[in-house]
Design a binder for this molecule. Structure first.
Ligand SMILES: O=P(O)(O)OC[C@H]1O[C@](O)(COP(=O)(O)O)[C@@H](O)[C@@H]1O
Ligand SMILES: [Mn+2]
Length: 650
């Protein structure tokens, strides 16, 4: 043991070869440990709503506005503060509009530059110089550093700053400089972003969200069931592919696949147009179809039906392949009386809303027709060879996981599957049972195998498990007894549409159960929180996202427009800064246009969920723990130098 420690200190002395070097490092690290903790920002269930997402990212769920308020308090009108905040969110667009009205732009630049410098200064004050330096835009790094660093010894600060600012304006770089400052502020107000799942589906811009996330300075992602669906599709899992296309068709978003990812849907379109030529496909209307031209709508509905039928067939085959997934009870095509147009479920006969199935052979209802087969094979190739999709999925794999423990918070998209009595539910995966954290870990390892395993059997298991995670009754990301897709399309009886939530969602207020989950994940039950998304919080019915006295926070972002009428708001986001946890409830986002033109921010009511007694420092965080260990090691090295055990290397 002793020898090992000595070896380690020897190694460390290579990096810090003298008493002076080790001491300097200790002082630097200690300074970081004492700084206020960086702000974390939590978003969930973005569901392809790129514009609203981009806006919340820019305003840091109110963090930018809070900074502006802090700096200017009562010295500026609220109107001016709002203009300044809008400028910080949309600098280019805002300046374009200002230029049209403002008589004296130079004056305007000057005022704004001063204001922005003050906000930037305050935003940077939480960080070390070296961290701020890394965040500075290349072109203006030196000047910005000069302007935002306090120069206490300087006598004529005013004229020094004035001359820098005048020069910037004179040489025609004011606008670029303003943009750089605004982006810096946006960058500094949020230190780290957590996406608690469901980037994909329903809205039109998930690919744009992915591009934006890929350039974000610090982010982690907990996969949602919709993200896993896309991951499965990208890995070539056919049921996932069919579901992805079906959902895009249902929301009038086939453009995401065709234009966003360049996946060719022509074979499916041609087939659907011919196969369902005279079929009105009325059960396959689109959600939000007002944006669709009539001719496009007709084709879109036919494609919607064609891919749904394919999905029910291939899911039926997969259900037989894996009885332990429990999907056999979801097989309906063999329960249909094709002559009568009825279906028998639970001993009862129901009338189907649509009974035109030209591609189904009643004797072999799950068999794809030759054309359907050909289409699916081509789609598998298209998904697997789409470079952009693969790049996005690689990013999800590298920055993402099924759950995350971060600064004493436990983050996952859906739930931890529980029995009705609150005990951890045992779930069988490929012949073995797992529960709680191990269930999560095993599932995650299969997801990764679906992409990286060399053994083709393991790879297939990994891919097929992604389809299970999407909609399996015991999937921690889905957490409902079934996904009633078939019933929602074909049956009028709403009682059949019901999806029963896992006991987890009924036990959110049960402290014993929630503490049990924290224990299971190795977290301190006294100080930790569980944060999940997935289930829209129906605020208009009086539902509260803060559960279990603040131990659990359910923050389905509610970005999805389709769901806003159910929730009554545009959902929640969460901020965890050095003062505590702040929950922001947002009104729906109108448009980027309105945000700039009318300076209409998303109106957010902020509620402080937990205020820390003392301002939290980096020392209280996970990074802080690592830094403190490093300091202890360096102190040991110092002792070793001083006692002669190790000799300086200079
Ligand atoms: O509103 P739609 O498009 O019918 O989707 C409903 C389906 O989406 C789900 O809610 C899953 O999506 P979420 O993860 O966003 O909740 C299913 O449970 C349900 O069957
Ligand atoms: Mn979800």
């Amino acid at each position: 043991m002793k020898a090992l420690e000595e070896k380690y200190l020897e190694g460390l002395s290579e990096l810090f070869p003298s008493i002076a070097a080790a001491s300097t490092e200790i002082i630097n690290l200690q300074a970081i440990v004492n700084l206020p903790k960086g702000t974390e920002h939590f978003l969930t269930d973005i569901h392809g709503e790129y514009e609203a997402f981009a806006h919340v990212l820019k305003n840091g769920s109110g963090s930018v506005k809070r900074k502006v308020d802090d700096v200017f308090a009562n010295t500026m009108s609220s109107r001016d503060k709002q203009t300044l905040a809008t400028l910080i969110y949309y600098p280019r667009e805002k300046m374009e509009r200002i230029r049209e009205e403002e008589q004296n732009m130079d004056d305007w630049y000057k005022i704004m530059l001063y204001r922005l410098i003050e906000v930037a200064k305050r935003s940077a004050s939480k960080y070390t110089r070296s961290k701020v330096r890394k965040a500075l835009p290349k072109d203006f790094a030196y000047v910005i550093e000069e302007l935002i660093t306090e120069k206490s010894g300087m006598t004529d600060k005013e004229s020094y700053y004035n001359s820098i600012i005048s020069t910037i304006i004179q040489i025609g770089r004011a606008e670029e400089f303003i943009v750089a400052l605004c982006e810096l502020i946006q960058r500094l107000v949020v230190d780290h972003l957590h996406i608690v799942g469901d980037i994909y589906d329903r809205g039109p811009g998930p690919h744009l969200i992915m591009d934006k996330l890929m350039e974000y300075h610090s982010v982690d992602i907990q996969w949602g069931n919709h993200d896993i669906l896309w991951m499965g599709a990208a890995a070539g899992q056919k049921c996932c592919i069919a579901n992805v296309i079906r959902i895009c068709a249902r929301y009038g978003n086939l453009d995401i696949l065709e234009d966003g990812y360049g996946i060719n849907l022509l074979p499916l379109a041609t087939f659907a147009w011919k196969q369902y030529a005279k079929d009105p496909c009325e059960c396959f209307l689109l959600k939000g179809q007002d944006n669709c031209k009539p001719q496009e709508l007709e084709l879109n509905m036919k494609m919607h039906k064609a891919i749904s039928v394919i999905q029910f067939k291939i899911e039926g085959q997969a259900a037989e392949l894996y009885p332990e997934f429990g999907f056999q009870r979801r097989n309906f095509l063999d329960k249909i009386n094709y002559e009568e147009g009825t279906i028998t479920i639970g001993g009862k006969i129901y009338q189907l809303l649509d009974d035109y199935f030209p591609t189904i052979d009643p004797k072999n209802p799950y068999q794809l027709s030759a054309e359907e087969e050909e289409i699916m094979n081509r789609l598998v190739k298209a998904f697997q060879s789409c470079e952009k999709l693969q790049r996005h999925m690689r990013f999800l794999l590298n920055k993402g996981s099924l759950y995350k423990i971060y600064n004493s918070n436990l983050l996952y998209h859906g739930c931890v599957p529980l029995n009705d009595d609150g005990s951890l539910r045992k779930v069988k995966i490929y012949g073995k049972s797992y529960q709680g954290r191990t269930l999560y870990d095993v599932m995650e390892s299969y997801v990764r195998k679906g992409f990286f395993a060399v053994d083709p059997n393991e790879k297939k298991k990994g891919r097929d498990l992604m389809w299970y995670i999407w909609q399996g009754a015991n999937s921690p990301l889905f957490g409902k007894d079934k996904m009633a897709t078939f019933e929602r399309y074909f049956l009028a009886e709403k009682e059949l549409w019901k999806e029963k939530k896992n006991a987890y969602y009924l036990l959110l207020e049960d402290e014993n159960v929630m503490n049990g989950i924290l224990d299971e994940f190795g977290l301190d039950r006294e100080i930790s929180h569980i944060i999940n998304g997935h289930v829209p919080v129906k605020t208009k019915n009086g539902e509260n996202p803060v559960k279990c006295g603040g131990k659990v926070l359910v923050i389905d972002g509610g970005f999805s427009k389709a769901y806003q009428k159910e929730t009554g708001i545009a959902g929640y986001t969460l901020i965890y800064n050095s003062y505590g946890l702040i929950l922001a409830a947002h009104d729906p986002f109108e448009s980027t246009e309105a945000a700039i033109e009318k300076e209409r921010d998303i109106h957010s009511d902020s509620v402080i969920v937990k205020r820390t007694l003392e301002r939290k420092t980096v020392g209280d965080t996970d990074v802080g723990k690592v830094l403190k260990e490093r300091i202890a090691d360096l102190e040991a090295l110092l002792d070793a130098y001083r006692s002669g055990q190790i000799i300086e290397k200079i």
